[in-house]
Design a protein. Structure first.
Length: 214
Protein backbone atom coordinates (compact mmCIF):
# COMPACT_ATOMS: atom_id res chain seq x y z
CA UNK A 1 0.00 0.00 0.00
CA UNK A 2 1.13 3.54 -0.68
CA UNK A 3 -0.86 5.06 2.22
CA UNK A 4 0.70 4.97 5.68
CA UNK A 5 -1.63 3.43 8.29
CA UNK A 6 -1.50 4.11 12.04
CA UNK A 7 -3.69 1.93 14.27
CA UNK A 8 -4.12 3.72 17.60
CA UNK A 9 -4.99 2.75 21.15
CA UNK A 10 -3.74 -0.83 20.96
CA UNK A 11 -3.89 -2.76 24.25
CA UNK A 12 -3.17 -6.39 23.34
CA UNK A 13 -0.58 -8.53 21.59
CA UNK A 14 -3.29 -9.73 19.20
CA UNK A 15 -4.18 -6.17 18.20
CA UNK A 16 -0.51 -5.24 17.73
CA UNK A 17 -0.08 -8.16 15.36
CA UNK A 18 -2.78 -6.75 13.07
CA UNK A 19 -0.82 -3.58 12.25
CA UNK A 20 0.20 -3.66 8.56
CA UNK A 21 3.89 -3.79 7.70
CA UNK A 22 5.17 -0.32 6.96
CA UNK A 23 2.53 1.19 9.25
CA UNK A 24 2.48 2.03 12.95
CA UNK A 25 0.88 0.79 16.14
CA UNK A 26 -0.07 3.43 18.68
CA UNK A 27 -0.19 2.92 22.46
CA UNK A 28 -1.92 5.41 24.75
CA UNK A 29 0.38 6.06 27.71
CA UNK A 30 -0.16 8.27 30.75
CA UNK A 31 -3.76 9.25 29.96
CA UNK A 32 -5.83 7.72 32.80
CA UNK A 33 -9.11 9.02 31.37
CA UNK A 34 -8.72 6.81 28.30
CA UNK A 35 -10.13 3.26 28.34
CA UNK A 36 -7.07 2.31 26.25
CA UNK A 37 -4.53 3.74 28.67
CA UNK A 38 -1.43 1.64 29.41
CA UNK A 39 1.36 1.83 31.95
CA UNK A 40 4.80 2.35 30.44
CA UNK A 41 5.85 -1.08 31.69
CA UNK A 42 3.12 -2.77 29.61
CA UNK A 43 4.15 -1.33 26.25
CA UNK A 44 7.35 -3.32 25.66
CA UNK A 45 5.56 -6.63 25.08
CA UNK A 46 3.22 -4.97 22.59
CA UNK A 47 6.11 -3.41 20.70
CA UNK A 48 7.63 -6.87 20.34
CA UNK A 49 4.36 -8.11 18.81
CA UNK A 50 4.34 -5.51 16.02
CA UNK A 51 5.13 -6.85 12.52
CA UNK A 52 8.49 -6.24 10.93
CA UNK A 53 8.92 -2.72 9.53
CA UNK A 54 6.06 -1.33 11.65
CA UNK A 55 6.77 1.62 13.95
CA UNK A 56 5.81 1.86 17.61
CA UNK A 57 4.15 5.13 18.59
CA UNK A 58 3.24 6.36 22.05
CA UNK A 59 0.11 8.52 22.12
CA UNK A 60 0.30 11.04 24.95
CA UNK A 61 -1.25 14.26 26.22
CA UNK A 62 0.74 17.25 27.53
CA UNK A 63 3.84 15.15 28.27
CA UNK A 64 6.79 16.24 30.36
CA UNK A 65 10.35 16.17 29.07
CA UNK A 66 11.07 13.32 31.48
CA UNK A 67 8.11 11.27 30.17
CA UNK A 68 9.22 11.76 26.56
CA UNK A 69 12.74 10.62 27.37
CA UNK A 70 11.51 7.53 29.23
CA UNK A 71 9.32 6.57 26.28
CA UNK A 72 12.20 6.89 23.83
CA UNK A 73 15.05 5.56 25.96
CA UNK A 74 13.44 3.02 28.30
CA UNK A 75 10.23 1.91 26.56
CA UNK A 76 11.72 2.02 23.06
CA UNK A 77 9.04 3.71 20.95
CA UNK A 78 9.96 5.10 17.56
CA UNK A 79 7.74 8.18 17.66
CA UNK A 80 5.53 10.01 20.14
CA UNK A 81 2.19 11.43 19.00
CA UNK A 82 1.66 14.50 21.18
CA UNK A 83 -1.82 15.83 21.87
CA UNK A 84 -1.65 19.18 23.59
CA UNK A 85 1.55 21.02 24.44
CA UNK A 86 5.05 19.98 23.38
CA UNK A 87 7.32 20.86 26.32
CA UNK A 88 10.39 23.06 26.09
CA UNK A 89 13.84 21.68 26.75
CA UNK A 90 13.94 18.79 24.28
CA UNK A 91 16.93 17.98 22.09
CA UNK A 92 16.72 18.18 18.29
CA UNK A 93 16.41 14.43 17.67
CA UNK A 94 13.72 14.14 20.33
CA UNK A 95 11.69 16.95 18.74
CA UNK A 96 12.27 15.47 15.28
CA UNK A 97 10.66 12.19 16.33
CA UNK A 98 7.58 13.78 17.86
CA UNK A 99 4.33 13.79 15.87
CA UNK A 100 2.22 16.76 16.99
CA UNK A 101 -1.54 16.25 16.70
CA UNK A 102 -3.28 19.32 15.26
CA UNK A 103 -6.93 19.72 16.33
CA UNK A 104 -9.16 20.03 13.25
CA UNK A 105 -12.67 21.50 13.72
CA UNK A 106 -15.82 19.59 12.89
CA UNK A 107 -17.38 20.08 9.44
CA UNK A 108 -19.19 23.38 9.08
CA UNK A 109 -17.24 25.15 11.80
CA UNK A 110 -15.18 28.12 10.74
CA UNK A 111 -12.08 29.49 12.37
CA UNK A 112 -8.35 29.94 11.95
CA UNK A 113 -6.19 27.02 10.93
CA UNK A 114 -4.35 25.35 13.80
CA UNK A 115 -0.81 26.54 14.43
CA UNK A 116 1.51 24.38 12.33
CA UNK A 117 5.03 23.78 13.68
CA UNK A 118 7.87 24.25 11.19
CA UNK A 119 8.69 21.19 9.08
CA UNK A 120 12.28 21.07 10.30
CA UNK A 121 10.92 20.43 13.82
CA UNK A 122 8.01 18.14 12.92
CA UNK A 123 8.20 16.47 9.50
CA UNK A 124 5.12 14.41 10.37
CA UNK A 125 1.77 15.64 11.75
CA UNK A 126 -1.53 14.05 12.74
CA UNK A 127 -4.68 15.95 11.75
CA UNK A 128 -7.13 14.84 14.45
CA UNK A 129 -10.77 15.74 15.03
CA UNK A 130 -10.82 18.37 17.78
CA UNK A 131 -11.96 16.89 21.08
CA UNK A 132 -10.62 18.29 24.38
CA UNK A 133 -8.64 15.75 26.36
CA UNK A 134 -9.00 12.92 23.85
CA UNK A 135 -6.03 11.16 22.29
CA UNK A 136 -7.64 8.05 20.86
CA UNK A 137 -10.75 6.45 19.46
CA UNK A 138 -12.48 9.49 17.97
CA UNK A 139 -14.93 8.22 15.36
CA UNK A 140 -16.17 11.67 14.30
CA UNK A 141 -15.00 12.97 10.96
CA UNK A 142 -13.20 16.29 11.03
CA UNK A 143 -13.43 19.12 8.52
CA UNK A 144 -11.72 17.58 5.50
CA UNK A 145 -11.69 20.90 3.67
CA UNK A 146 -9.30 22.20 6.33
CA UNK A 147 -7.25 19.01 6.10
CA UNK A 148 -7.03 19.48 2.34
CA UNK A 149 -5.87 23.09 2.77
CA UNK A 150 -3.13 21.96 5.14
CA UNK A 151 -2.01 19.24 2.74
CA UNK A 152 -1.93 21.77 -0.10
CA UNK A 153 0.07 24.25 2.01
CA UNK A 154 2.58 21.63 3.21
CA UNK A 155 3.78 19.92 0.01
CA UNK A 156 5.92 16.89 0.67
CA UNK A 157 5.11 16.85 4.38
CA UNK A 158 3.79 13.67 5.99
CA UNK A 159 0.25 14.46 7.17
CA UNK A 160 -1.89 11.72 8.74
CA UNK A 161 -5.67 12.26 8.80
CA UNK A 162 -7.25 10.68 11.86
CA UNK A 163 -10.80 10.70 13.20
CA UNK A 164 -13.81 9.40 11.33
CA UNK A 165 -11.83 7.56 8.64
CA UNK A 166 -13.76 4.47 7.55
CA UNK A 167 -13.69 2.02 4.68
CA UNK A 168 -16.89 3.66 3.41
CA UNK A 169 -15.29 7.10 2.94
CA UNK A 170 -11.79 6.17 1.74
CA UNK A 171 -12.79 6.58 -1.91
CA UNK A 172 -13.63 10.23 -1.09
CA UNK A 173 -10.75 10.94 1.28
CA UNK A 174 -7.78 9.78 -0.78
CA UNK A 175 -8.35 11.72 -4.03
CA UNK A 176 -9.70 14.90 -2.39
CA UNK A 177 -7.57 15.39 0.74
CA UNK A 178 -4.58 13.36 -0.53
CA UNK A 179 -3.14 12.58 2.92
CA UNK A 180 0.18 10.81 3.32
CA UNK A 181 -1.44 8.55 5.88
CA UNK A 182 -4.58 7.67 7.83
CA UNK A 183 -5.12 6.95 11.51
CA UNK A 184 -7.77 4.61 12.89
CA UNK A 185 -8.88 3.11 16.17
CA UNK A 186 -12.53 2.74 17.22
CA UNK A 187 -13.96 1.93 13.78
CA UNK A 188 -11.88 -1.27 13.75
CA UNK A 189 -12.50 -2.31 17.34
CA UNK A 190 -14.68 -4.90 19.03
CA UNK A 191 -14.02 -3.11 22.32
CA UNK A 192 -11.56 -0.39 23.34
CA UNK A 193 -8.09 -1.54 22.35
CA UNK A 194 -9.26 -4.88 20.92
CA UNK A 195 -9.29 -4.87 17.12
CA UNK A 196 -11.56 -7.07 15.02
CA UNK A 197 -9.44 -9.03 12.50
CA UNK A 198 -12.28 -9.09 9.96
CA UNK A 199 -12.76 -5.31 10.14
CA UNK A 200 -9.02 -4.79 9.78
CA UNK A 201 -8.83 -7.10 6.76
CA UNK A 202 -11.83 -5.45 5.09
CA UNK A 203 -10.42 -1.98 5.70
CA UNK A 204 -7.02 -2.84 4.21
CA UNK A 205 -8.69 -4.44 1.18
CA UNK A 206 -10.81 -1.35 0.59
CA UNK A 207 -7.77 0.88 1.09
CA UNK A 208 -5.80 -1.01 -1.54
CA UNK A 209 -8.72 -0.75 -3.96
CA UNK A 210 -9.18 2.96 -3.27
CA UNK A 211 -5.48 3.60 -3.85
CA UNK A 212 -5.66 1.97 -7.25
CA UNK A 213 -8.32 4.44 -8.39
CA UNK A 214 -7.25 7.58 -6.48
Amino acid sequence: MRTFVRFGGLTSVEAAGLVPEGGAGGFVVGVPSSPRNLEESAVGELIDALPNNAEAWAQVKDPTVEAIRRLFDDVGVDRIEVHGVVPDGLEFLEIHHLVPALPIPLPGLEGPLPTVPPPEDAPMLVLETAAPGLVDGHATRSNWEICQRLVDEQPGRKLVVSGGVTRENLAELLPTVRPWGVGLASVLEKSPGTFDPDRVRQFLEVLAAAESTA
